[in-house]
Design a protein around this ligand. Structure first.
Ligand code: PLP
Length: 395
């Protein structure tokens, strides 16, 4: 009667959601202050004041039709021109409005890219650990997600394994840096190696391989961590950006795709992006929010709270005896569990009302994700509990 795959996706909760809901139930039983919920990636830094000011100014200055009407499918031309100019100023690129397609956030952007590119038997490759939604997004187009095992020392790319995963069916490679869940930022060296490998493989297979760069965390990168702008290194790159994290606007659904003019067959690819957006009903990203982000282009993101939280949690976990890559960006830590079975470990952590997510859900068994975009006091009070949990394994 219904599509079984859709039923399954809608009826089955993600592990993250299930843990979050468990936390809500426990909070009702034992009190909010006794729950240490590291499950969700919902930014806890409020949207900056300049967002509120922009919304008020737009509402006061423009007539309703200019705010609430349909825009053309790729988005308001002036907005796209303003955002392109801001990207050019930051990265020395030469984009115009014709390279930008406004979307309702990163999830929409990447889904549109998969849909625009995927043909029969195509494959999209991702190095673990990775954002679990990539799988349903890719599979909904009929393509296959190919997962390359993680390189846990630093969560950069294991190129030996990566090369083995590429085949003549490879249509694209997904890059997500700063990364959810590892918190790692791909170095310039990693991006250069990836670009050179893909360029070689494009020649060998005789067709383009696209990098789909999923960048909702671009602005959340800490000292000493430059996030390379991939179109500067690799021609066939599509950039998927979102304001959900940088301006703390996840509920407003606003972002864009950059399709550089240099990509192979731009004249067909940009319309294919428009076509995919059309069937996925992602044309005309929210009009008011297009205007807001254009007014706020180039304004800074407040990442200091995340940096401080990340350092506090990192130091606490290291002192408790965990091993973990130091936070470089985004707002997640991805430490090693103290037993092989990450599900058993996360279940055991619940004894202390520490709610953490098993790494298996991110394609990386034996690890757990702790999201630190939460109240700092919760992190501070959780540290002795992580210590108690770790001590159980020393006995
Ligand atoms: N990509 C990654 C890696 C994410 O972590 C998220 C959200 O957590 C998204 C995409 C979706 O972002 P958006 O809210 O912009 O759709």
């Amino acid at each position: 009667m219904v599509n079984e795959k859709m039923y399954e996706l809608g009826a089955k909760k993600s592990t993250i959601r299930a843990i979050f809901e468990y936390g809500r139930k426990r909070a009702a039983e034992v009190g909010e202050e006794n729950i240490f919920d590291f499950s969700l990636g919902n930014p806890n830094v409020p949207a900056p004041d300049f967002i509120k000011e922009a919304v008020i100014d737009i509402m006061n200055e423009l007539p309703p039709q200019a705010i609430h009407s349909y825009t053309i499918a790729p988005g308001n031309p002036q907005v796209r021109e303003t955002l392109a100019a801001d990207i050019n100023r930051r990265f020395g690129t030469h984009f115009t409005m014709n390279n930008l397609f406004m979307t309702s956030g990163a999830a929409a952007s990447i889904t549109i890219c998969f849909k625009a590119l995927a043909e029969r038997d195509d494959e999209f490759v991702i190095a673990a650990p990775f954002f679990p939604e990539y799988r349903p997004f890719v599979e909904s187009t009929g393509a296959r997600l190919v997962v390359v095992p993680a390189q846990p020392v630093d969560f950069q790319i294991n190129f030996d394994l990566f090369e083995k995963a590429l085949t003549p069916h490879t249509k694209g490679v997904i890059v997500n840096s700063p990364n959810n869940p590892s918190g790692a930022v791909y170095s310039e060296e990693t991006i250069k190696r990836l670009a050179s490998l893909l360029t070689r493989k494009e020649k060998e297979y005789g067709h383009p391989i696209f990098i789909i760069s999923d960048e909702p965390y671009r602005e959340i990168a800490y000292e000493g961590c430059e996030v390379p702008y991939i179109p500067l290194y690799y021609r066939n790159t599509l950039v998927c950006y979102s304001y959900s994290k940088s301006f703390s606007l996840p509920g407003e659904r606003i972002g864009y795709i950059v399709v550089p003019s240099e990509v192979t067959d731009f004249a067909k690819l940009y319309p294919a992006i428009a076509g995919a957006a059309r069937v996925l009903t992602h044309v005309n990203a929210p009009s008011l929010w297009q205007l807001v982000v254009a007014r706020c282009a180039g304004k800074p993101s407040d990442i200091e709270p995340y940096r401080t939280n990340g350092e506090m949690l990192y130091k606490g976990l290291i002192e408790a005896g965990f091993t973990c890559v130091r936070p470089q960006g985004a707002f997640y830590l991805f430490p090693k569990c103290l037993e092989d079975d990450d599900y058993a470990f996360c279940e055991r952590a619940k004894k202390y009302d520490l709610l953490i997510v098993p790494g298996t859900d991110f394609g990386c068994p034996g690890y757990f994700r702790a999201s630190y975009c939460i109240n700092r006091d919760t992190i501070r009070r959780s540290l002795p509990l992580f210590k108690k949990l770790a001590d159980e394994y020393k006995k």
